[in-house]
Design a protein around this ligand. Structure first.
Ligand code: ZN
Length: 226
């Protein structure tokens, strides 16, 4: 009753198609849910995706839940998640993909989920890391742990001083490091990101983990742009 009343005054809209949601729908409408452009890269490896990392870093699984199409529904969902504070969308997509993975025997393939950290300045402005919500949803469905205080992004201060402004800027963008590396080399880590384009960010994260002796690494993106 209250929900129906609130829907009337503040219509909730679908993060995909922007149409009003039915009472029993949450964030993403039923039509959009069934029309999600899935890659199914967990069933049949997506060679284009795999090739982005080939010869660069070793990955156990290279996965992306959805296809990112410019102007499409997934772009709307990502916009909601990244710029409209709608973390529920990320969590929901994480739960759905986690369920798909579980049904296809992936539960034992990973035992620790690490979201790609956001740059500190951006985190301050946005107030949250969009990859955290996806990690949380995945962790819930797969019944495994996720942690956002292990993989960190920051500045290596000592070496920064001698560098030019542009170099410093580039370096800031790229520095990932591992905090609390204890026992990490024994874990089956999966790094998660929102949209995968060139793969450079994920590659840097993998290298940071490799440096700490972590060998069993997979990646999952919410969406990939080809
Ligand atoms: Zn919709």
């Amino acid at each position: 009753m209250l929900h129906a009343f609130l829907d009337l005054i503040f219509p909730r809209i679908c993060a995909g198609c922007e149409q009003p949601l039915e009472l029993n729908e949450n964030q993403i409408c039923t039509d959009c849910r069934f029309e999600l452009p899935k890659t199914n890269s967990h069933i049949l490896p997506d060679q284009q995706l795999v090739n982005k990392f080939a010869g660069r870093v070793n990955l156990k699984h290279t996965l992306s839940y959805l296809k990112f199409i410019k102007g499409g529904k997934v772009q709307n969902m990502m916009h909601e998640l990244k710029y409209k504070g709608n973390q529920d969308v990320g969590e929901m997509l994480g739960r759905w993909y986690g369920a798909d993975l579980r049904e296809n025997g992936f539960s034992a393939e990973f035992d620790l989920i690490l979201p790609v950290p956001l740059h500190k300045k951006r985190l301050l402005i946005r107030g949250y890391n969009q990859s955290d919500s996806f990690a949380k949803g995945l962790a819930e469905s797969l019944g495994i742990e996720w942690k956002n205080d292990i993989l960190k992004r920051g500045v290596e201060t000592e070496t920064q001083i001698k560098k030019s402004r542009i170099e410093r800027y580039q370096n800031m963008q790229d520095v990932f490091f591992v905090d609390k590396p204890e026992g990490l080399s024994e874990r089956k880590v999966v790094i998660v990101d929102d949209t995968l384009t060139t793969g450079a960010t994920l590659e840097s994260c993998v290298i940071a983990l490799n440096d700490m002796g972590v060998k069993d690494i997979s990646i999952i993106a919410i969406a990939t742009a080809s």
